[in-house]
Ligand binder design. Sequence first.
Ligand code: ATP
Length: 285
Amino acid sequence: MTQSTHKEERNSSELSKSEIRNSNSEILTVSGLRVYFPIYSPFLRTVTDHVKAVDDVSFSVKAGTTVGLVGESGSGKTTIGRSIIKLAPITGGQIKYRGVDIASMPNRPFFPYRKKIQMVFQDPFNSLNPRMTIYQVISEPLEIHFKDWNASKRRERVAELLKTVGLEADHMERYPHEFSGGQRQRIGIARALAVEPEFIICDEPVSALDVSVQAQIVNLLQDLQAQLGLTYLFIAHDLAVVEHISDEVLVMTGGKIVEQASADEIYSNPQHEYTRKLLDAVPQF
Ligand SMILES: Nc1ncnc2c1ncn2[C@@H]1O[C@H](COP(=O)(O)OP(=O)(O)OP(=O)(O)O)[C@@H](O)[C@H]1O
């Protein structure tokens, strides 16, 4: 990529960020999404059934907002997140990003969308390669998406990203095991931010952390949303975690969305029995 093309790309991404902040339009629309995993019988040597991990799911996410996706383990939350970035095979339905159907898109044209849509994973320790320095971890997506950047430009960007997530620039020479769980999640967030995404799928980003650290990471994500106009799909198994960060909440069980409402409505007037069950599990202080 030439320097001028790169500049144009940065300008257009800055333009789209201000558009995001100023618009309240839908950035992601999922319609009738199905993800069925085949169950193969080694005895019969054929597919005998399917796990309906995601079964006719529809929802949309407005730009600059957070949609919380809540449900118990195995309800299909991660599969939805993974299907948005083509890490899970889509059986049927549509996923539109800014009006373009990305579900049916081959990998090559999907590449620029993959830059706009990033994922933050649950377990920061497992998701970071222990043999890579923090510089290598964060600069990896830069090498993929900004191929014309030289090493000094990448170092500059990594230093800036570390400061953005509340760490020090000289942390880039260290290894993941030298950081606490909360710091490692900050590193995971810096890596996701590296390529200037618009939309971040946060897959249980605080579930592995102590409660006090959870609040710090949720606050950081909220600050970043305000600064950068980010849109989040925030996955959690616990309604308490999504309460403060979500504008809308989707409640999921058995591959289906059973309730969809604003965070306030979900808490004050839950309609579905399963939502009430999840609320009963929220600790009272
Ligand atoms: N690659 C796969 N092959 C077969 N079945 C799968 C695969 N991935 C997920 N599943 C199944 O799909 C269902 C939904 O899984 P998923 O991980 O999306 O749920 P989840 O709500 O995110 O749960 P958790 O919080 O435990 O990750 C589960 O029954 C799971 O076993």
